[in-house]
Unconditional design. Sequence first.
Length: 276
Amino acid sequence: MEIKILQTITNWLKEANAIVITAGAGMGVDSGLADYRGKEGGQWGKVETETKKTVFETVNPAAFLENPAYSWDLFGKRMEEYENTQPHQGFYILKKWTQKFDLDYFVITSNIDSHFQKAGFEEEKIRELHGSLAYFQSSDNKLSDKIWKNELTGKQIQLGTYDNRFPMCPHSKVMARPNVYMFRDDTFVNTRTKAQEENFQKFLDKNKGKNIVVFEIGSGPHVQAVRMKTRFLKTNYDAKIVRINPKDFKIKAPHIGIDTGALKALNEIDLFVEGE
């Protein structure tokens, strides 16, 4: 990375009052997690190979009810993967910067793995755009709109799929489902994500007129949920953007695009920051 870029990012951090981290699946790749659309090992590619159907046909509420054994096994494997994987050092570098530069912060992520929480980011400062595998809801939101913390491990979920012992909703007495926003999802209960959005709005109100720097990490253009938040902050709050993505990194100046993975970029920036 050019010294000029490293110096600019360091200056932005020094001048900032707040930092927003907007993260997609690419944030977890350096932890050993698969992304969704990568050419090698992408999760959606695996689903389409297994089922001979598109991911839109396979990962949606109707398909979940039609084939709960497959669906719960799929989510159980993801849960086990997330449980057995530790956040990479880049998470901790970002958290360290909030303390080093005395920054208010907020995390916006499309990931459902709870790795920001695992790395020590505060629950009240995280917005999970697609929900979280750490929470369940009823498969019929008309019978119950309650959300509860999942107490089962991914391995337990997978074992249950072999003899149809699926998680049940204690409120509606029908099968549960993850509180994750699927494709074509009209039964997702948004109580928790709505509360998170309200927390984000409070953060914005608190930091209106202040200097905000955004680190957008591992979010491509295919699913726009994360990038929409980045654009919103750039347009409405005059935020300075650092976009980290090995493929889709381009962004107009004065914002900065970095064409490497999350861990490499954050490590390089941190080495410069510490040497200042």
